[in-house]
Ligand binder design. Structure first.
Ligand SMILES: *[C@@H]1O[C@H](CO)[C@@H](O)[C@H](O)[C@H]1NC(C)=O
Ligand SMILES: *[C@@H]1O[C@H](CO)[C@@H](O)[C@H](O)[C@H]1NC(C)=O
Ligand SMILES: *[C@@H]1O[C@H](CO)[C@@H](O)[C@H](O)[C@H]1NC(C)=O
Length: 413
């Protein structure tokens, strides 16, 4: 029921946006060509509203004639492509206290510091962007918007995946039922003309589809709702990092998967595995282009490679302060990824006290670094950085701390 409602709300108002979003190449064409293409594409987009966007997709595929249909992030000429991973920000945590909003300010500061020092080309929000189970308001996107604002304000494009807290149901704190009682609701500050009437400010969750629909309204977002048949698993999509050459060619594929949690189990389903397999076959049939994978909750394979005590070679990292809290069950994604020679590394968040990378067969299993002041743990905050170079291909990574320090440099490919 929830999904049905969200769907109906999403598609009508997002038409113009989704047209622009699904055809980024369109705006790179000359004005003359744009004029010629616009009406047919608009026509197709309107017709695809009720069913799916597949008509538009096919039109794009046809017009690209051989080029991949995935959204493409261009590399700058003569420079490596740098990505900052912001993991476990947990905006809106304990929103009713004075402590909570202060942590959000701190998290903004961490992100701004990292963006200033690293100047990345792209940002990935690696799940648990918000702590929805602490949110007293109807529209959690107001917190989500705060979390993405550092990238957005600098004009840096970004993409996101969901974690287990992003659409979690509101949990009534036990202490509200003792003497002080239920605190008054304060809606978060917003720059939009959002009307925080009493009804809007209530204890109601915001589902994955709504969160995503609100995020992708923003110009710089490269996120996607993913194929409808995978819902309630939503953040499943691929981006292509493209060379600056003419014509551009794929340098790497970035795969984003929703590892569940919150409103449904913590799992990557066999449906997602099948989707990955088909997608890989379609866009990278001979596994020639390197692939990098992002999701939030580690798979059980992380338990296999986890350092026992100190982090020793071949693992690289600086904190190993808790055990791996893996997905509930393995449904075949690791089997698939291990067999694909093109897959170089997987990046997850979730466990705030871990920041290592360890090899697993021919690929690397990596943690990001806890970036947010929200969420458990007091380990110093930072962000994992990835750097992709084109010829020859290489994938390097390091962790940039809030105090400016760099550590745990590693070559992953
Ligand atoms: C929730 O907030 C987002 C972000 O400001 C906004 O785009 C959206 O329209 C709001 N949704 C509702 C139902 O008010
Ligand atoms: C929004 O997108 C358009 C078209 O892709 C681009 O030209 C423009 O610079 C973007 N605006 C912002 C504020 O990023
Ligand atoms: C992966 O490779 C192994 C060994 O060749 C094979 O047994 C297994 O079926 C493969 N799994 C997938 C998902 O292709």
């Amino acid at each position: 029921m929830k999904i049905e409602n969200a769907t109906q709300r999403f598609f009508p108002f997002s038409d113009a946006v989704s047209l622009r979003r699904s055809v980024p190449f369109f705006f790179s064409l000359s004005m003359e060509t744009q004029r010629k293409l616009f009406l047919p594409l608009l026509f197709l987009s309107l017709f695809s509203t009720v069913g799916s966007s597949s008509i538009v997709d096919q039109a794009i595929r046809f017009r690209l004639a051989g080029g991949a249909a995935e959204r493409s992030v261009p590399m700058r000429a003569g420079a490596p492509f740098k990505i900052a991973l912001f993991a476990d920000l947990h905006f809106g945590e304990n929103a009713w206290t004075e402590w909570g909003p202060r942590q959000d300010v701190n998290s903004i500061r961490v992100m701004n510091t990292v963006l200033h020092l690293e100047n990345p080309d792209f940002v990935i929000y690696l799940g648990d962007v918000i702590t929805a189970n602490n949110m007293m308001i109807a529209n959690a996107s107001l917190y989500w918007d705060q979390a993405i604002s550092p990238a957005r304000n600098r004009g840096i494009p970004w993409a996101s995946v969901f974690g287990n807290h992003d659409d979690a149901a509101f949990e009534w704190p036990l202490e509200w039922f003792s003497a002080p009682g239920i605190p008054p609701i304060h809606c978060p500050q917003t720059t939009t003309s959002y009307n925080s009437g009493e009804e809007e400010c209530s204890f109601k969750g915001t589902g994955r589809l709504e969160l995503m629909a609100n995020e992708i309204k923003h110009n710089g977002s490269f996120s996607s709702n993913g194929p409808r048949n995978l819902w309630p698993s939503v953040s499943n999509y691929v981006l292509q990092v493209s060379s600056p050459d003419d014509p551009p060619s794929p340098v790497a594929f970035l795969y984003f998967l929703d590892s569940g949690g919150g409103s449904y189990p913590q799992v990557i389903s066999s449906g997602q595995v099948e989707w990955f397999q088909q997608k890989g076959q379609e866009i990278n049939p001979d596994s020639r282009v390197p692939e990098i994978i992002f999701w939030h909750i580690p798979s059980t394979a992380y338990e296999v490679v986890a350092p026992k005590f100190a982090i020793q070679k071949p693992c690289i990292g600086s904190i190993n302060k808790e055990s791996v809290a893996a997905q509930e069950v393995e449904m075949g994604i690791m089997d698939l990824l291990v067999n694909r020679t093109s897959v170089k590394a997987i990046f997850v968040g979730h466990d705030h006290g871990l920041d290592w990378c360890c090899p697993y067969n021919k690929l690397w299993l990596c943690y990001a670094r806890h970036t947010g002041y929200g969420g458990y743990g007091d380990w110093p905050r930072g962000a994992r950085i990835l750097e992709i170079t084109q010829t020859p291909f290489s994938l390097k990574s390091w962790i940039r701390m809030e105090d400016g320090l760099v550590h745990s440099e590693v070559v992953l490919s």
